[in-house]
Design a protein around this ligand. Structure first.
Ligand code: INI
Length: 157
C-alpha cells in the first residue's frame, strides 16, 4: 500500500449533469445500454433532472453530437453509447474507427470526459452478451467511468 499522495474519483454523483448520446442503429442493443447507464447513474446518486438523452442515427454520428454537447458547457460528462456489428464488408472498420477516433478527439479538444460505451463486436450474440446478459452491460461500465472521471477531474482543477 503506497503512502504517496493519491487522487482518485469515487463513484458518487454530486451535482453532476450527464448527457447520454445514443446511436439508433442496432437499437435493440443500444436501448439496453441506455437503460443500464441510466439505472447506474440513478443508483449512484443522479437525479432524473440531471440527465439528458440525445439519439443520433448511428455510431458514425456520435462524435459530432458529442462535440456539440461538450461545447455547450452544460454538462459535466458525455456518455456515448452505440453498437457496431461486423458484417461481410469493411464498413464495420470505417464506422467503428471513425467513431472511436472522433469521440477521443472530442474529449481531448474540449477537456470534457467522454465515456466510450460503444460495442464493437463480430456477432449479434456478442452484442447481446455485453448489453445486459452474461458479459455485463457496457452502458453500466461507461456510466461508472463517467462518474469517476467527473470526480477525479474536479480534484485536479
Ligand atoms: N451504425 C452503427 O451504429 N452500427 C453499425 O453496425 C453500423 N453498420 O454496420 O453499418 C452503422 N452504420 C450506420 C452509420 O453509423 C451511419 O449512421 C450511416 O452511415 C449514416 O451516416
Amino acid at each position: 500500500m503506497t503512502k504517496a499522495k493519491t487522487i482518485e474519483g469515487d463513484l458518487v454523483c454530486r451535482n453532476s449533469k450527464f448527457v447520454l448520446v445514443v446511436g439508433r442503429f442496432n437499437s435493440f442493443i443500444t436501448q439496453s445500454l441506455l437503460d443500464g447507464a441510466v439505472d447506474t447513474l440513478r443508483r449512484h446518486g443522479s437525479a432524473e433532472a440531471e440527465l439528458e438523452v440525445v439519439w443520433v442515427p448511428g455510431a458514425f454520428e456520435l462524435p459530432l453530437a458529442a462535440k456539440r454537447l461538450a461545447e455547450s458547457k452544460q454538462y459535466d460528462a458525455v456518455i456515448a453509447l452505440g453498437c457496431v456489428i461486423r458484417g461481410g464488408t469493411p464498413h464495420f472498420e470505417y464506422v467503428a474507427g471513425e467513431c472511436v477516433k472522433g469521440l477521443s478527439q472530442v474529449m481531448m479538444q474540449t477537456g470534457l470526459p467522454v465515456a466510450f460505451g460503444v460495442l464493437t463486436v463480430d456477432t449479434i450474440d456478442q452484442a447481446v452478451e455485453r448489453a445486459g446478459t452474461k458479459a455485463g452491460n457496457k452502458g453500466v461500465d461507461a456510466a461508472l467511468s463517467a462518474i469517476e472521471m467527473v470526480n477525479v477531474l474536479r480534484q485536479l482543477n
